[in-house]
Design a protein around this ligand. Structure first.
Ligand code: BGC
Ligand code: NOJ
Length: 815
C-alpha cells in the first residue's frame, strides 16, 4: 500500500469542522473516536446527546429524577438514547443519528449548537432533519423531525420514535432488579405514552412521550418491541414493519410511537415528538376517573401541536444564547481565539454551571453532585452571563458550610443538602467561597449579598450574613496551621488525590472519606498560596465595606503566610507542594519521585509570591523545563511508579494518568495567569494554546474527545502514550481557561470601581477589541500594541475604566 499523501491524511484526521457563523460544531462522520456529545437544557430539564443519538434526560437531578436509561461501559458503546428509526417498505431500517442500526448512510451530519443538536442524514432518497432541544421555560425536550422524499417515486415509510424509561432513581434502577422488574407501569393515550412507575405510591411526577401527529401504532414493552433476545440495532417490530400495542406490566418499560406516512416525490412530513416531565401537587395527584392527572403534559403537548410554536421555541432559545454571549465578545484577527472567546469558552462555562461535576459521559450522574470548590471556581466563568443565578449559587454553596468554617464537599442538586457520602475536610474548600464571593461582587457591585442570611449546614435558625461565612472560611485556615505555619491539608486540597492523612491499605476504600480527616502535621503549600491570594482579596473586600481593623489583621496574617511559603515552601528552583504526615517535603528535589508539581508554581505566582524577589520567575522557568509537554503542562514529574500509602490516591494511578502526572488541564490556566503576572505574554499564550480545543482540532485522532470543549485530563509523557484526553466537559478548566484568556491575556478585569485593562500579549497578537457588558454599560475596548502604555475613556486619559452611567462607552488602550 502506498503511503497516503498529505491531504488524504488531513481528511482522515478530520471528523468535522467549526461553523462559527452558526455557532456550531459540525461532525461529518458518526465514526468519531469517542461519542462527541452536547448538552440540552438550561433550567430544570436537561439532556445529553451524542453525535450518534445516545444519551439520556433528567429533571434537575441526574441521579434521583432520571427519565431515560443509559448503559455505562456498554458494548456496543453508547447504548441508551432517543432512537428514531426510518423504515421504507421493504428496505433497510436506518437512523438519522446512525445508531443503533449502524446502517451506512448516504449522507450524515451532526450539528452541535448552543443548547440543541441537529442531525441531517440521507438514505435511499429519503432525507431526515432531526433537531433536539429543550424549550426555554418548559420541562421537556422537543425532537423536531422532518422527512423528505428526495426520490422520483412515491415512498411508503414508517417512522418509529422510541426510548427506554429509567425507573427514576438511576442507582436503584441499575441494581434493585428483584423489585424493579415488577413495578413498571404506563398509560397510553392516542399519540402519548405516560411513564407512571411508582406514581401509585409516593411519587407525584410522571414522564411522557408524545407526538403532534396521528400515530399508527405503539409499544410500551421492551421485550415485545425488540423481540426475544433482540436488541436496539434490529427491533423485531421495525423489521416486521408493525407495532404490537404492548402494554407493559413490570419488566422493561419503553415508549414507542409508529407513524406511517406516504410521501410523493419532493414531499415532506414534519412531526414533533415531546419527551417531558410533569408534576402534580401531592394532594391532587389523581383525576376524577382515578387516573394520573396530566395537566402539564396536556398543556405542553397542546402548545407544541403546531409547528409554528416549535419554530418560535427554537428562536427563543437562539435569542437566549445570544443574550448570554453578548456580555463578552472578542473581535480580533485570530479566528481561533474569537471562536473560543465568543462561543465555546462561554458555552462550556454554562454547562459546568448547570452540571457541576454530576452528569457527563464520564460522570455517571449517580455519584457526584454539585462540588463546593468546583462550583465556586465555575462561577468565575458564568458570573457575567447569569449574575442573579450566580448569587443564588453562592448562597446554596455557603449553606452547606459548617459553623466552624469547614464544609461539606458537595451537595445534591435536588435537595441542596450537603452530601455526607462524599464527606468534608478538604481544607482548600473554604477559601474558594471567598474567591467566588469576591468575583461576584466585583462583577455586579452587589455588596448587599454580604448581608444575605445564610444558614450553616442548612440548619434553620443558624442563619448568619454571608460575610460571616467568608470570615469563618478565612478563620478556619488561619486556625488550622501545621508545624511550618502552613495550612493543614485535611483530606486533600485542590488535588483530591493528595491524601496525606489517609494511609489506606484496604482495597476499594475511598481515599477521600476513609482514615482521619485531618492530621496535625501534613501541610499544603497550595492552600498557603490560596490564602495569600484570597485572604488578601477578603481583606480588600473588608476595606470596601468599612471593616478596617479586621482588614489590617487579615493582611498581617497574609504577610506571615507569604513569609512561611518563602521560607518553607521554596525548594531552590520551584515551590514545594506539601509536607506529608511525617513532616517530609512533597514536590521537592529531595524526593525520588514527584519532585516538582504544577499547582504551587501557578498559584504561588498568581498570589504574587516571589514576584519581586525572583522566585516566581524561577518557578515558572522550572515549570517549562520539567513539566511542559506537547499537550500541556503535566501535573508532576517524575510520576510515582509505586503505591505510597503516605501520599494516597495520587500514587494509585499508573504514571502519566490523572493526578499522577497527566496534563490535568484545570491547572494549566493557572500557569497562563502566572506567566501574565510576571509579564511573559509569549509563554502565557503558548500554554493557553497547548490545551485549547480550537488549536487541537487537527489532533483529534490522538486527543479523541470533543474538539469543541476542554477535557479534564490528557495522558502525560510517562504514560508512554501521551495526548489522549478523557473526561470531557465537566472540568474546572472551562472557567479557568476563559479567565486566563479574557483576563490574564486580553486583560479586561472587573473590579469594585470599574474595569481594569492590563493585557499581557504574545508577539502574535497586536490588536483587538473586547466588547464587555459590565454593570449595565457596554464597553468597547480597543487595544493596540504600540510600545506605550495609555488608556483613554471617550477621549479622556485614565488609569482604569471608571463606572459609567451611559449605555455604551469607547475605550482606547495602548500597550
Ligand atoms: C479522581 C479525582 C476526583 C476524585 C473525587 C478521584 O478518583 O482522580 O479527579 O476529584 O476522585 O471524586
Ligand atoms: C476533579 C474534581 O472535581 C476537582 O474538584 C479536583 O480539584 C480535581 N479533580 C483534582 O483532583
Amino acid at each position: 500500500m502506498n503511503a497516503p499523501n498529505e491531504s488524504e491524511v488531513r481528511s482522515f484526521m478530520q471528523y468535522g469542522h467549526f461553523d462559527d457563523a452558526r455557532k456550531e460544531y459540525v461532525i461529518t462522520t458518526p465514526n468519531t473516536p469517542l461519542p462527541w456529545i452536547n448538552y440540552l437544557g438550561s433550567e430544570d430539564f436537561f439532556g445529553m446527546i451524542s453525535n450518534t443519538g445516545g444519551g439520556y434526560a433528567f429533571y434537575r437531578d441526574a441521579k434521583l429524577q432520571r427519565l431515560l436509561r443509559y448503559r455505562y461501559n456498554s458494548v456496543p458503546a453508547d447504548v441508551g438514547g432517543r432512537f428514531y428509526y426510518i423504515k421504507e417498505r421493504g428496505k433497510t431500517a436506518w437512523n438519522p443519528a446512525f445508531l443503533p442500526t449502524r446502517t451506512p448512510l448516504d449522507a450524515y451530519e451532526c450539528r452541535h449548537g448552543l443548547g440543541y443538536t441537529t442531525f441531517l442524514s440521507e438514505k435511499d432518497g429519503l432525507a431526515a432533519e432531526l433537531t433536539l432541544f429543550v424549550p426555554i421555560g418548559e420541562t421537556c425536550e422537543l425532537h423536531d423531525l422532518t422527512l423528505t422524499n428526495r426520490g422520483t417515486l412515491e415512498k411508503r415509510v414508517q417512522i418509529y420514535g422510541c426510548m427506554e424509561w429509567c425507573l427514576w432513581n438511576a442507582v436503584d434502577d441499575a441494581q434493585n432488579y428483584q423489585r424493579n422488574l415488577n413495578i413498571a407501569e404506563s398509560e397510553v393515550e392516542p399519540s402519548t405514552i405516560y411513564h407512571v412507575t411508582e406514581y401509585r405510591e409516593r411519587r407525584n411526577h410522571y414522564a411522557y412521550y408524545g407526538v403532534n401527529a396521528e400515530t399508527s401504532g405503539f409499544d410500551t414493552d421492551r421485550n415485545t418491541f425488540l423481540g426475544h433476545m433482540g436488541d436496539w440495532s434490529a427491533p423485531r417490530a421495525v423489521a416486521e414493519e408493525t407495532s404490537y400495542a404492548s402494554h407493559i406490566t413490570g419488566w422493561y418499560p419503553i415508549a414507542c410511537h409508529r407513524l406511517d406516512v406516504t410521501l410523493a416525490p419532493g414531499e415532506s412530513v414534519r412531526a414533533c415528538f415531546v419527551l417531558g416531565y410533569g408534576e402534580n401537587p401531592k394532594d391532587a395527584k389523581w383525576d376524577a376517573d382515578g387516573r394520573v392527572r396530566k395537566d402539564t403534559a396536556r398543556r405542553v403537548l397542546a402548545k407544541f401541536a403546531d409547528s409554528a410554536a416549535v419554530d418560535a421555541a427554537r428562536a427563543e432559545l437562539a435569542a437566549y444564547w445570544d443574550r448570554l454571549l453578548s456580555s463578552y465578545r472578542l473581535v480580533s484577527p485570530n479566528e481561533k481565539l474569537n471562536r473560543m472567546a465568543n462561543i465555546w469558552h462561554q458555552y462550556q462555562c454554562m454547562v459546568t454551571f448547570n452540571m457541576s461535576r454530576s452528569a457527563s459521559y464520564y460522570e455517571t450522574g449517580t455519584g457526584r453532585g454539585m462540588g463546593f470548590r468546583d462550583s465556586c471556581q465555575d462561577l468565575f466563568g458564568f458570573v457575567h452571563m447569569v449574575p442573579e443565578r450566580a448569587r443564588e449559587r453562592i448562597i446554596d454553596i455557603a449553606s452547606i458550610q459548617f459553623a466552624d468554617g469547614s464544609t461539606y464537599h458537595q451537595y445534591q442538586p435536588l435537595t441542596k443538602r450537603g452530601n455526607a457520602d462524599i464527606g468534608s475536610g478538604f481544607n482548600d474548600d473554604p477559601l474558594w467561597l471567598v474567591a467566588a464571593a469576591v468575583c461576584y461582587i466585583k462583577e455586579t457591585g452587589d455588596f448587599a449579598v454580604l448581608e444575605h442570611p445564610t444558614p450553616f449546614n442548612n440548619k434553620p435558625g443558624s442563619e448568619a450574613p454571608l460575610l460571616e461565612h467568608l470570615r469563618r472560611s478565612v478563620g478556619y485556615i488561619r486556625s488550622h496551621l501545621g508545624p511550618h505555619g502552613l495550612p493543614l491539608i485535611g483530606r486533600a486540597d485542590w488535588n483530591d488525590c493528595l491524601n496525606l492523612n489517609c494511609f489506606s491499605e484496604t482495597s476499594g476504600e475511598s481515599f477521600q472519606t476513609s482514615g482521619p480527616s485531618e492530621g496535625p502535621v501534613a501541610e499544603s503549600v497550595f492552600i498557603a498560596a490560596m490564602y495569600v491570594k484570597y485572604a488578601a482579596e477578603y481583606a480588600e473586600l473588608l476595606e470596601q465595606v468599612g471593616y478596617e481593623a479586621e482588614s489590617v489583621s487579615v493582611r498581617l496574617s497574609v504577610q506571615e503566610m507569604e513569609r512561611a511559603v518563602l521560607k518553607h515552601g521554596w525548594d531552590g528552583a520551584w515551590f514545594r507542594r506539601a509536607y506529608d504526615a511525617f513532616g517530609d517535603p512533597v514536590g521537592s528535589k529531595e524526593c525520588d519521585e514527584g519532585r516538582i508539581f504544577i499547582e504551587p508554581q501557578g498559584f504561588c505566582v498568581m498570589a504574587g509570591i516571589g514576584v519581586e524577589t525572583g522566585e516566581a520567575k524561577k518557578a515558572l522557568d522550572s515549570t517549562r523545563e520539567h513539566l511542559l509537554g506537547e499537550y500541556g503542562v503535566e501535573l508532576l514529574v517524575p510520576c510515582y511508579t509505586r503505591y505510597r500509602k503516605e501520599l494516597g490516591e495520587i500514587s494509585s494511578y499508573p504514571p502519566g494518568f490523572k493526578e499522577n502526572g497527566s496534563v490535568f488541564c484545570h491547572n494549566n490556566p493557572w500557569i497562563v495567569c502566572a506567566e501574565a503576572v510576571i509579564g511573559r505574554g509569549n509563554e502565557a499564550f503558548d500554554v493557553y494554546k497547548r490545551i485549547c480545543p480550537a488549536y487541537l482540532e487537527d489532533k483529534s485522532d490522538v486527543h479523541e474527545t470533543e474538539p469543541y470543549c476542554y477535557s479534564q485530563t490528557v495522558t502525560g509523557r510517562a504514560s508512554g502514550n501521551p495526548g489522549h484526553a478523557k473526561n470531557s466537559w465537566l472540568t474546572g478548566t472551562a472557567s479557568w481557561s476563559f479567565v486566563s484568556l479574557s483576563q490574564a491575556i486580553l486583560g479586561v478585569k472587573p473590579d469594585y470601581d470599574g474595569l481594569r485593562v492590563e493585557p499581557c500579549l504574545p508577539d502574535e497578537l497586536d490588536e483587538y477589541t473586547v466588547e464587555r457588558r459590565f454593570r449595565g454599560c457596554l464597553y468597547r475596548i480597543h487595544v493596540k500594541k504600540t510600545g506605550e502604555q495609555s488608556l483613554t475613556v471617550d477621549g479622556k486619559r485614565a488609569d482604569r475604566i471608571p463606572l459609567q452611567d451611559r449605555e455604551t462607552v469607547t475605550v482606547e488602550v495602548t500597550v
